[in-house]
Write a protein that binds this ligand. Structure first.
Ligand code: ATP
Length: 422
């Protein structure tokens, strides 16, 4: 059976993955864990998420096959590669107690739920929940043959069902280490990042930022992401930090680009994440707050924004010129309607020229005078007129190339696939 949980934490602390460790601590003497527990990120653009819109799913049963070390929660935790399904409704009471003990009920934005599924809900529900806005009713419809509990408004049912319905066609892993004291040695993170090549997004060299440590209050001390689960244990052993009280490896949809859908501009809806190709139609300008905005056109027009937290990435975007062809990857904001850029593929750079000298009059052999921007030139001696194109122009060197550029690690969204993985 699959257990899905979501919306147990608040902006003041807590973490649904920590609740998952508590479920494992309480239940692992009675049940086996099948496969890695899952941390499933859902639509990153919904306004009511606490932080990263993550939900958790755990598969319990009677295990067989290969047994792997996946964590330490008071004792070593193992998971089986396969398992026989079992069904025990008594489990619901235990999970209810754990949620009541750990969820941040006092926060009005926290609306917990959990689900226990006999069969996995349809994959299409995950697809929708990672890409669109879905309703509580849709989640309940997809929870047929499942037992669920909803607390307060119970919105967590959406993430609970969606996390159980994910199938890892593409996947990464995250080892999460928990501890009361929060201290991580920066140099050890850099060393680990350089040594364990299958990990990613550990450290932002451009902005000197330790990315594995969460910004918000949480029981999490750090999380290391990578493509190979076993190597995350090696990576953890390289990190110098305060005492790790427990750790657990999750299989996740992070860094998979699962949220993105290829679209034409006219079909783009708010709160989606899109891949859209167009021609730069309005050149980049910096607006209040340091955000850089430009527009692209494919028959319709839309704004694209590199927000201030994307730091040096804005300098790449500032180099775009009218006529450049680009493909934008990013989340769609409703108000103002704009794409929050996660990465950009520069497909074709146009030739850009700058004027070096006014044209020379062919009769008088003297430089001509401009008649105003875009109006051409006139000879002050004989009065002869010529067009703009007669000025002496020089091709400007473009400071960007025809390739992918991505936001720095510090601004990376959980679901965004880093170029390292592409
Ligand atoms: P954390 O990352 O710390 O776990 P969070 O950012 O995951 O916090 P939640 O507290 O889980 O935030 O809040 C997200 C809420 O949005 C949950 O109630 C979840 O069920 C709901 N939700 C998730 N995906 C969608 C969606 N596509 N449409 C509508 N609601 C959604």
């Amino acid at each position: 059976m699959w257990i899905g949980i979501d919306d147990t934490d608040s902006a003041h602390g807590g973490c649904t993955t920590y609740v998952a460790t508590e479920i494992i601590r309480e239940l692992s003497s009675e049940y086996d864990i099948i496969g890695y527990p899952r941390l499933v990120r859902l639509n990153p653009n919904i306004p009511w998420k606490t932080r990263g819109n993550g939900a958790v799913a755990i598969h319990l049963g009677r295990g067989y096959g290969k047994k792997r070390l996946i964590g330490n929660i008071e004792e070593r935790v193992y998971a089986y590669s396969s398992g026989k399904e079992i069904w025990n409704e008594d489990l619901v009471k235990k999970i209810d107690e754990i949620i009541k003990k750990h969820a941040h009920f006092y926060d009005e934005k926290t609306n917990p739920a959990f689900v226990v599924c006999r069969n996995k809900p349809s994959y299409s529900f995950y697809k929708k929940a990672v890409r669109k806005v879905v309703s509580i009713d849709e989640a309940i419809k997809n929870a047929e043959n499942c037992i669920y509990r909803m607390y307060k408004e119970g919105r967590g049912i959406i993430g609970s069902v969606a996390s159980c319905s994910w199938r890892p066609y593409d996947r990464t892993y995250e080892l999460i280490a928990y501890g009361n004291e929060k201290w991580v040695d920066e140099d050890s993170v850099i060393k680990m990042d350089k040594k364990i090549a299958s990990t990613f997004d550990n450290y932002d060299y451009e902005n000197r930022h330790v990315q594995i440590v969460p910004n918000a209050p949480s029981p999490v001390m750090y999380g290391i992401r990578g493509d190979v689960a076993e190597e995350l244990i090696k990576a953890m052993n390289m990190i110098k930090s305060a005492e790790v009280e427990r750790w657990l490896i999750f299989e996740t949809n992070q860094a998979t680009d699962d949220h993105l859908v290829r679209k034409s501009i006219r079909d783009i809806e708010p709160f989606e994440s899109v891949i859209v190709r167009g021609t730069v139609s309005r050149e980049p300008r910096t607006i209040k707050g340091g955000h850089v905005v430009f527009s692209i056109y494919d028959g319709d027009e839309i704004d694209c924004t590199a927000y201030e937290p994307t730091k040096g990435f804005r300098n790449i975007v500032r180099e775009l010129r009218k006529g450049d062809i680009v493909t934008i990857y990013g989340g769609v904001r409703k108000e103002p309607r704009t794409i929050n850029i996660e990465k950009i593929k520069i497909e074709k750079l146009v030739d850009v020229y700058e004027k070096v000298e006014n044209p020379v009059c062919p009769r008088c052999n003297k430089h001509m005078k401009s008649m105003g921007k875009g109006r051409g030139y006139r000879c002050v001696i004989c009065g002869m007129k010529v067009g703009e194109e007669m000025a002496l122009r020089r091709k400007i060197k473009r400071n960007i190339e025809e390739r992918f550029y991505e936001v720095p690690v510090v601004a990376r969204r959980h679901l965004s696939k880093p170029l390292k993985r592409m």
